[in-house]
Design a protein around this ligand. Structure first.
Ligand SMILES: NC(=O)c1ccc[n+]([C@@H]2O[C@H](COP(=O)([O-])OP(=O)(O)OC[C@H]3O[C@@H](n4cnc5c(N)ncnc54)[C@H](OP(=O)(O)O)[C@@H]3O)[C@@H](O)[C@H]2O)c1
Length: 291
């Protein structure tokens, strides 16, 4: 196993956080691409890129992530979340290992205990179904050379996300209604990026690839209302009153899982990954936002 690593979707939240880590791994050669450099819907371009640059690892951070828009934009959503994953899988076969990122939205959200990797999937939205279709492609085409990491509630200093939106709205408004009956775990994309690099490092050093599905979020659990209160507390937003509301009072085009806490035992035990608590990482991110 050599050390040429392709990052796709490198200008998104997770891709940007991964790019921040390149300097920590001087033995590896990174190829950071987004749609302008490598459009994943172009199969022959992917094949050429992987061959010419002798890629050993692909970290697929590219995705169609507009969850509500996806309900009307089904074709494009599947083109990126399913068909582009097939393009990657076919081009990588026999050449490169893939680390692919998926989502808690593959589950129906009806559990009353954290979801295991082996729990049945039942996506409730177009986005969730398209991401599940991407997972199935990898487990069919390259079961021995792919790792799928399901994550949830990602935020970062990069891109648009819930943390930035709530800080902005908290400064603009005196009151906000936020859903309080959906449970999950906010996840700092920098923590996931670090975990991905640890997995690659582990694999290259030990020359062993532990293929399969894994769950990764930060530690702990909360709901969107409590998450918002913590964001405001850490960001010094004090003039906005946040009210808890039920999901029924905040209808969205796509159905979200009511419960999406993921069990992370497998990734922690397999790769020896330590995961920070969501509040600790939120504090780090908000400090970096330099408000
Ligand atoms: N965000 C969340 O809360 C969340 C939760 C659970 C799981 N995930 C998963 O985590 C992963 C990373 O999410 P993220 O929040 O970092 O996503 P993101 O910020 O939306 O970044 C995705 C990147 O992929 C690019 N892209 C779109 N189509 C492409 C194509 N055809 N070829 C190459 N690149 C393309 C996007 O470019 P454009 O911006 O130009 O489209 C964007 O830069 C995704 O797999 C996502 O499904 C995210």
């Amino acid at each position: 196993m050599a050390n040429n690593i392709l990052i796709t979707g490198s200008r998104g939240q997770l891709g940007s956080e991964l790019s921040e880590l390149f300097g920590k791994y001087p033995d590896y050669r990174f190829f950071a691409t987004d749609i302008a450099e490598l459009d994943l819907t172009d199969k022959s371009a992917i094949q050429r890129f992987i061959e010419e640059n002798r890629i050993d690892f692909i970290v697929n951070c590219a995705a169609y992530t507009a969850v509500d828009k996806a309900e009307d934009d089904v074709d494009l959503c599947y083109k990126i979340n399913r068909d582009a994953v097939r393009n990657l899988a076919e081009a990588a076969q026999g050449r490169a290992c893939i680390i692919h990122v998926s989502t808690d939205y593959v589950f129906d959200g009806k559990n009353d205990r954290p979801y295991l990797e082996s729990d049945p999937t039942d996506p409730q939205s177009v986005y969730g179904a398209s991401k599940r279709a991407g997972e199935e492609i990898l487990t069919t085409l390259c079961p021995e050379s792919s790792i799928i990491i399901r994550t949830a509630w990602l935020y970062s200093i990069y891109g648009n996300n819930f943390v930035k939106t709530m800080i902005r709205l908290g400064k603009e408004r005196s009151e906000l209604n936020v859903v309080a009956d959906q449970q999950g775990t906010p996840t700092y994309a920098a923590d996931l990026a670090q975990a991905i690099m640890q997995i690659i490092d582990y694999t290259i050093r030990r020359q062993v690839f532990h293929a399969g599905i894994y769950h990764f979020t930060d530690e702990g659990a909360t709901n969107w209302f409590e998450f918002t209160r913590e964001i405001h507390r850490l960001a010094g937003v004090s003039a906005c009153v946040v009210h808890p509301i039920p999901t029924a009072q905040y209808p969205t085009k796509a159905t979200r899982p009511m419960y999406s806490i993921l069990d992370k035992t497998k990734i922690k035990q397999t790769f020896g990954i330590d995961i920070p608590d969501w509040k600790t990482s939120l504090k780090t991110c908000i400090q970096l936002l330099n408000l």
